[in-house]
Design a protein. Sequence first.
Length: 346
Amino acid sequence: MDSLDLQVLAQARDWVRAGHKAWLVTVAQTWGSAPRPPGSLLCIRDDGLVAGSVSGGCVEDDLIERVRKGERAAQPGEVTYGVSSEEAARFGLPCGGTLRLVQEPVTELGWIDALLARTAQHELVARILDMHTGSVRLETAHRNDAFSLEHGVMRQLFGPKWRMLVIGAGQLSQVVARMAMALDFEVIVCDPREEYHLTWNVPGTQFTREMPDDAAVRLQLDAHSAVVAVTHDPKLDDMVLLEALKSDAFYVGALGSRGNTAKRKERLKLFDITDAQLARLHGPIGLDIGSRTPAEIAVSIVAEIVAVKNGVALLQKKPALDGETAASVCATLTPALPAVARPKSA
């Protein structure tokens, strides 16, 4: 699910409420190289205005032209582009790609309102379309679910399938959180320090003041979870790293130079952790793009997380920093940290 698809649904609802007719077009299946994955949405208004995309090319132009000519689906149906290499070239589908699309009129709006409300509460929701009747129902979805179209039933996912636990609520964390949400991550920020809680202002994130390792245990980190520790304070970072490295989280990273990372690994070895688990730690965190400012460092961190999520080899890693440079970078990112005491259990 892409956040763009939620915007498409909101736009479709608004157009219909304003008196227009509209049609949703969903990517159901692709063969070869296709710009948009299954589940991607396009909405076409009766006068040809569009929101979203299914190919980024001439397929949209053809669909718009069909609507303008009066070829307007009254019931859900399928259309396929790029069956032949000539047609694929005509519609701008690279490498002979093929698109199987589902078209449907937007008539009922209640499901759109309900879906947008539930995803706004960080729910992962499945939209079930009966192709025979046009009826739509919503169900709670799970992180391992996927788009499907079988036996005349289309199941489409909406909501944050991926999630990120960010430890620390400083300036760097704010930029990382905003970027992660733009990539459809559900973002949970953890910082028990009072002053950071009071100044956190990133709408759409969840904030918790519990100790980071407690948060990791409560969240039951799975293969769709990433953990980013950027306080540079061992009292906060080390314990959550122990929990995260033993979990199924697909990414675990911590801020620090190579020297500090080596010291951190030595500390972690004192606890119940295997060499294989320790090897999962990404540190220094982020790709080497010459980052210096918090925004640039956030780009490098988020880019590394996306690469790991997509199974791409991390070839552009940071070289070792000398002590003076490492200290300078860390001082830029992390203000003086007050002592943190673990609260007593109730």
